[in-house]
Design a protein around this ligand. Sequence first.
Ligand SMILES: Cc1cc2nc3c(=O)[nH]c(=O)nc-3n(C[C@H](O)[C@H](O)[C@H](O)COP(=O)(O)OP(=O)(O)OC[C@H]3O[C@@H](n4cnc5c(N)ncnc54)[C@H](O)[C@@H]3O)c2cc1C
Length: 385
Amino acid sequence: MNTEAPTDPALREEMIATVRKWVAREVIPVASDLEHVDAYPHDLVEQMKEMGLFGITMPEEYGGLGLDLLTYIGVIEELAYGWMTLSGVLNTHTMCATLIKTYGTAAQKERWLPPMVTGTPRGALSLSEPDAGTDTRNIACRAVRDGDEWIVNGTKAWVTNGERAGIVALAARTEEGVSAFIVEKEPGPAFEGLSTSKNVGKLGYRGIETVEMAYVDHRIPADALVGEPGRGLPQILSVLEVGRINIAARAVGVARAAFDAALAYAQQRVTMGKPIGEHQAIQLKLADMATKLEAARLLTRSAAERKQAGLRCDVEAGMAKLFASEAAFEIATESMRIHGGVGYTTDLPVERYFRDAPLMIIGEGTNEIQRIVIARGLLARATET
Ligand SMILES: Cc1cc2nc3c(=O)[nH]c(=O)nc-3n(C[C@H](O)[C@H](O)[C@H](O)COP(=O)(O)OP(=O)(O)OC[C@H]3O[C@@H](n4cnc5c(N)ncnc54)[C@H](O)[C@@H]3O)c2cc1C
């Protein structure tokens, strides 16, 4: 996903515009209704498969669309504009496939990528545990070699798409340290020593399941190991760098939806004889919201450009994720305030933006941790020069 040839800008725009039109036609009319009952968007996911989105950044030799990171984040922004959950459905899958693409052997790529680009099976990324979210040093799930197999024992937490996934990128401790594995499973709640909990109830980000997964003497083949043993954390963290840029793009999508709703409402709603958009108090909000939105988009694009050029971008991805997610939360809150009472009802999607936005502050490294990543990166660069 990172250092391949950039996509032709016209093709990139065409792809993003196709998704934008699809979101307007198919997603926006149904998103709030599905979200309110926590319903998985089966039909929409099928349509995403038909558009090739599950292989959007995968090489054409494996059947993917071979498009670049800038195209990917443009698509993610459009999906999140309609319903953030759809960008989550795609991103967990893409991170799992990216791990295989980047660190897998030729045989592993041949085996897993061609089916994954079709969206069947779908992928999940399982790093976190009940006592190891930020603190990945605490990863306790173990994989022990037994002849031609590994035996996995432990509990993983917060696995988005965990039940429906057929392929899970798993971080588990081996003799050498944390290693990355690919676990194949049948979609469903239980599979040969591997069980998933019921869906965790969430404030937002509904419609997609987030589950705990318990491994009890679960056997996986020796060649399920991806990359070098003991190198699982840096491998997964490099995939998460793309994940952070993706979170920033998601945040831009949610922020844009919240801003557009506020701008439209500010022109319709009349108080004291004029549209509220003509009251200076509302104008100040709109100006601040639009400025933050534009800054978030530019930071996100700039981080993606660096990543795509193969340049180090730990600092830039962290900055984009930090700024865009905080901006999305602020813009969603301000949009609700501009809507007054109706902004607090389930009749309008503004309340959904307000519930979805905080996830971007927590996911893929909390914003507290982003600040630490940014500061350490800056200090390291200062020492290098
Ligand atoms: C809806 C949802 C979906 C998720 N999906 C996935 C997924 O698909 N795969 C996956 O692997 N994980 C997933 N996660 C897990 C997510 O990445 C973690 O929740 C996140 O990394 C934070 O870990 P934690 O919840 O254990 O919080 P903790 O690590 O316990 O942190 C608690 C608080 O302490 C702060 N803190 C912790 N350490 C420090 C420090 N050193 N300095 C300063 N502050 C600190 C944190 O910023 C936070 O404010 C998901 C989480 C959610 C909520």
